[in-house]
Write a protein that binds this ligand. Structure first.
Ligand SMILES: Nc1ncnc2c1ncn2[C@@H]1O[C@H](COP(=O)(O)OP(=O)(O)O[C@H]2O[C@H](CO)[C@@H](O)[C@H](O)[C@H]2O)[C@@H](O)[C@H]1O
Length: 604
């Protein structure tokens, strides 16, 4: 960890050992918000210097990057007199000055690390400038898990001292009547970008909330690279990309002119089934130079083409990002392996395998203040690990709200999610007739494919006392289902991370999940005999994904609920006491940022 910190710190601090500056190879510690104590050798003289970066912003913008990129190091003799100065170029634009330094040439002992002051101070903490570019960020916009993650991970990183900006579109819902945007200000900046066959005007809005700069672009089109115009105001940052085309724009439009040349890009894959594939003819809409076409080019195999004249030629946004990002992240470790296999890679497995050395998985956290059973504003009652009594009140209130028989002891099973192939809705559909023979209740909340929405309405009519299908997207209802159910079913075919099982465990609702991706990583199988009979585990995982396996596993869960109340309570409590906060994940993200700065930019 220490050596990684040092290398990354040098990059972050704009003191590049790779740039040929011998000596300032170690950051002893950060001694202020923008100042660091460096040590090392210059021409065999031992130097210790205090470096101060006066600003992250390059507001003036008049001087050259070389002028901006200098550190001034003063060398002193043993009496403390200045005997010379060192101009230390750094590779990233920014204002930096050394205000104090000590030449300790007389002291030949390698004892810098034993400096008494150093012992008192905490170790160097790196801070980064991070821009998230995302199609969704809750609470402003959310159609699924992407919105959740991009609404809370930036806040977690900001609370750890990083400077974080989120850039996202302001959709049509973000009009004056939308309370979520009540605190935003129009920056009164109108920029013109050239894409989609002509000039497009973009308006920018801003809000500073929870330590994060939230910026929104009002533009009729969803393509977010336009938002890099905002980023244009910034310099020397880690650029953190979410699933988009900006990395190519970086390389094609900015780096040739020295801008962002030391920034790093990271693509975070939330779901590889959604790659942003468009007909090849749309490439010119992106405003990228023709020579970059190859990075996005994607040709479907013959069997996947629609008809005899279909050449299969497309542009694939995610493929381009994977090909040239500095690092690649997914939202769980299990999924980071799955996408390198033919079964899980959706055609990108070979490309991803070739970049395995920069591919990592970090399990998502959740917003633990929004999803908190002891304070949840959407639920009928509150409860906690110390007092679970409120949970049954949430259950009966949910039964009442849905018009189901109010039966506290009847196992209540829930499903929340997009109604599509990924979520295994077809497996639920095939299992429901048999499941409805048992004394259970089942509630589904979701929207998506019409065939499944129709099936939910139809099934509700068939099993009036047992089944409810809520067609639509409703966040308060999703909280009430999570709190009120005993079991949450997630038979996802694949699941990069999955958030609902995390919400469920935090609410003492036991997940029954297909053993895949993030579900396998986060749900630990119940074993009643472990821990000298105390039991372990937080739910059930099953594999393979089949109707029979799903039914078998659900039936084991149901009989445990009915017959082994103390085991059930153990399951609930083990799930509830786990740490789901973003803090853990944020620490791992910092590690990846550090790794990103160890290597030079992948595309120059
Ligand atoms: N009808 C409805 N009404 C109200 N709320 C609803 C809803 N349908 C879904 N939601 C909510 O949307 C979110 C869905 O998140 P998931 O992680 O389960 O899946 P999603 O596939 O969208 O995300 C992708 O990105 C996330 C984030 O990285 C990964 O966890 C995941 O595996 C990947 O597929 C949850 O907050 C859920 O409660």
């Amino acid at each position: 960890m220490g050596s990684l910190q040092t290398s990354a710190n040098l990059s972050c601090l704009c003191v590049s050992v790779r740039g040929g500056v011998q000596g300032f190879s170690t950051v002893v510690r950060q001694v202020g918000f923008n100042s660091w104590l460096l040590q090392g050798r210059i021409r065999s003289r031992k130097i210790q210097s205090l470096c101060v970066r006066s600003s992250f912003n390059n507001a003036g913008g008049s001087s050259s990057s070389e002028e901006k990129g200098l550190l001034l190091g003063a060398e002193r003799d043993s009496s403390g007199s200045v005997v010379g100065f060192q101009l230390i170029p750094h590779s990233v634009t920014g204002d930096a000055t050394i205000v104090e330094s000590h030449d300790i040439v007389a002291d030949d002992r390698d004892d810098l690390s034993e400096d008494a002051e150093q012992k008192e101070k905490p170790p160097t903490k790196l801070t980064f400038n991070i821009i998230f570019v995302t199609a969704e960020a809750a609470p402003y916009s959310k159609t699924g898990g992407l919105g959740d993650v991009c609404g809370s991970l930036p806040v977690a990183l900001a609370s750890r001292g990083h400077r974080v900006m989120v850039v996202s579109p302001r959709y049509l819902n973000g009009g004056p009547s939308d309370e979520k945007y009540a605190n935003t200000v129009d920056l009164d900046v109108r920029a013109t970008i050239h894409c989609f066959g002509g000039p497009q005007e973009v308006a920018f809005y801003h809000e500073y909330r929870a330590g994060v700069d939230w910026k929104y672009t009002a533009l009729a089109i969803r393509y977010l690279w336009t938002t890099l115009l905002i980023a244009d105001l910034e310099r020397h940052m880690v650029i953190f990309m979410v699933h988009l085309v900006i990395i190519r724009l970086l390389a094609a439009k900015y780096r040739p002119y020295g801008v962002y040349k030391d920034a790093r890009s990271i693509v975070l894959i939330h779901n590889i089934a959604h790659q942003g594939v468009e007909p090849a003819a749309t490439y010119h809409n992106l405003g990228l130079p023709p020579e970059w076409y190859g990075a996005l080019e994607w040709i479907f195999p013959t069997w996947a083409r629609a008809h005899a004249l279909d050449t299969g030629e497309t542009v694939n946004v995610l493929k381009g990002a994977v090909a040239i990002a500095d690092r690649i992240l997914t939202v769980s470790q299990g999924y980071s392996w799955e996408i390198t296999t033919p079964e899980g890679g959706y055609g990108l497995h070979e490309l991803l395998s070739s970049r395995k050395s920069v591919l990592n998985g970090i399990t998502n956290g959740i917003d633990v203040s929004d999803w908190n059973p002891s304070t949840d504003e959407h639920t009928a009652s509150h409860y906690s690990i110390r007092d679970l009594s409120g949970k049954v009140k949430c259950k009966t209130a949910l039964q009442k709200e849905l018009g189901l028989p109010i039966r506290p002891d009847c196992p209540l099973i829930g499903f929340i999610g997009r109604l599509d192939y990924q979520k295994g809705v077809d497996i639920i559909l095939s299992a429901i007739p048999e499941l409805m023979q048992d004394d259970v209740q089942f509630v589904m909340l979701g929207s998506g494919e019409k065939q499944y929405e129709d099936w939910m309405r139809h099934t509700e009519n068939l099993f009036k006392d047992k089944f409810r299908g809520w067609v639509g997207f409703n966040v308060p209802v999703s909280h009430r289902i999570t709190a009120g159910c005993d079991i949450l079913l997630m038979p996802s075919r694949f699941e990069p991370c999955g958030l609902n099982q995390l919400y469920a465990m935090r609410y003492g609702t036991i997940p029954v999940v297909h053993s895949t991706g993030g579900l396998r990583d986060t749900v630990k199988d119940f074993n009643p005999y472990a821990q000298e009979g105390e039991g372990e585990g937080t739910g059930w995982t099953f594999s393979p994904l089949s109707r029979e396996k799903l039914l078998d596993t659900l039936k084991v869960a149901i009989s445990t609920y009915i017959e082994h109340k103390s085991s059930w309570e153990g399951l609930m409590k083990r799930g509830m006491e786990r740490d789901y906060s973003w803090e853990n994940a944020a620490i791992q993200y910092e590690q990846v940022f550090e790794w990103a700065f160890i290597d030079p930019p992948y595309v120059r």
